[in-house]
Ligand binder design. Structure first.
Ligand SMILES: NC(=O)c1ccc[n+]([C@@H]2O[C@H](COP(=O)([O-])OP(=O)(O)OC[C@H]3O[C@@H](n4cnc5c(N)ncnc54)[C@H](OP(=O)(O)O)[C@@H]3O)[C@@H](O)[C@H]2O)c1
Length: 337
């Protein structure tokens, strides 16, 4: 089997470190791996398996002879370096929002639209973490009974913002418990013992960019521009794992039992749904897993063709690194690299 030369850009970050783990855990066919970050991390060493690999500053020459580059270093870095890498023949799988809505860039969740990978011209976009877990749970239902409308509220962990936000929650929690005052740095307000209904910047229409991304990306991935979507995204003081309360309206009625029967066999989905024993997905219990967990499936008492459900996934794994590596695996398997 052919082995590939892989680069990770943003290797020192939360997602970058998860990439290293995921590539090893999934036994990805790698000939070698090259780690890149900013000049701040140049010279640092990270373990890849039992071997230490030096982190280098990302530069034009980073992509000479690289087959696959996994980017997780923010939109600015992706916007600058991805086209350079693609021009050198590297296939870029980008975790940032830089190219997601560009018509010629496939935006892929392998359980939903793997066929879109074929259209890539060197860059494939990995969707937003909250979008990924929502479409993995909803697409199998949509195939049976087309979705007309989605209303979703997210409860997103601080790891979705990166390593600095994890540290901020730890520090603030200690300070609050010691009765000391807190000065926020990463978020506009205290995150410890608090909730912030603000993820990414506010747009003129009153939504945040994160909320708008969830709507646009879902329509693109599911090839369903007519689904009406309204999202409210909330940052919560949880370290890992995003949760979502989703109200979904179908074309025809769908019972909770039918939805459970479909989801039990859906790829990448695990149903955890038994209220009699308080069984439902929670962020702490799904952290470290690669599946999307669904529970609390019930009829929406406010809409005739509606269901309500609770969907939880590890944002660093299925919401970022796992989905991106699955895209690479799918591209290899189908001969589309
Ligand atoms: N966290 C999530 O759940 C999640 C999910 C989906 C997508 N993403 C996306 O993934 C990206 C990274 O997220 P993260 O959570 O891993 O953030 P993070 O922990 O803050 O790490 C950021 C990484 O980017 C690198 N970087 C920053 N500026 C750079 C530059 N100019 N050139 C090269 N590398 C640079 C950093 O390197 P240094 O260590 O040298 O500063 C670090 O490796 C973001 O685009 C984010 O939107 C994150």
């Amino acid at each position: 089997m052919k082995k590939y030369i892989v680069a990770i850009v943003g290797a020192t970050g939360l997602v970058g470190r998860e990439f290293i783990k995921v590539l090893e855990q999934r036994n990805f066919p790698m000939a070698s791996v090259h780690l890149f970050a900013s000049d701040r991390s140049a010279g640092k060493k990270l373990f890849v398996g039992h071997r230490e690999v030096e982190v280098k500053e990302t530069s034009h020459s980073s992509f000479n002879h690289i087959d696959i580059a996994l980017f997780s270093a923010g939109s600015e870095t992706s916007r600058y370096f991805s086209p350079i890498a693609a021009q050198k023949g590297t296939v870029v799988i980008d975790n940032s929002a830089a190219f997601r809505m560009e018509p010629k860039v496939p935006l892929v969740v392998p359980e939903v639209n793997p066929q879109d990978i074929k259209e890539h011209q060197g860059i494939i976009a990995n969707p937003n973490c909250s979008t990924i877990q929502m479409v993995v749970a909803l697409y199998p239902l949509h195939k049976v009974n087309p979705i007309k409308r989605i209303v979703v509220t997210t409860y997103q962990s601080v790891s979705g913002t990166g390593a600095a936000a994890m540290e901020e929650l730890t520090t603030q929690t200690k300070l609050v418990l010691e009765g000391q005052s807190v000065v926020p740095h990463v978020y506009p307000h205290q995150i410890a013992f608090n909730l912030l209904p603000e993820i990414d910047v506010f747009l003129d229409n009153g939504y945040t960019k994160e909320e708008w991304k969830m709507a646009e990306e879902t329509q693109k991935i599911m090839h369903a521009p007519d689904i009406a979507i309204s999202a409210t995204c909330v940052r919560v003081p949880v370290f890992i794992g995003h949760s979502e309360s989703i109200n979904v309206e179908f074309t025809r009625p769908m019972t909770p039992e039918e939805a459970r029967r479909i989801l039990v066999y859906a790829p990448g989905v695990k149903v955890l749904d038994d209220p009699s024993v308080s069984l439902y997905p929670q962020p702490w219990s799904v952290a470290g897993s690669d599946d999307v967990f669904v529970g609390r499936i019930r009829a929406d008492a406010s809409r005739p063709n509606g269901l309500v459900m609770w969907v939880v996934a590890d944002n660093l794994r299925k919401g970022a690194a796992v989905n991106a590596v699955q895209i690479a695996e799918e591209a290899i398997r189908r001969g589309w690299l």
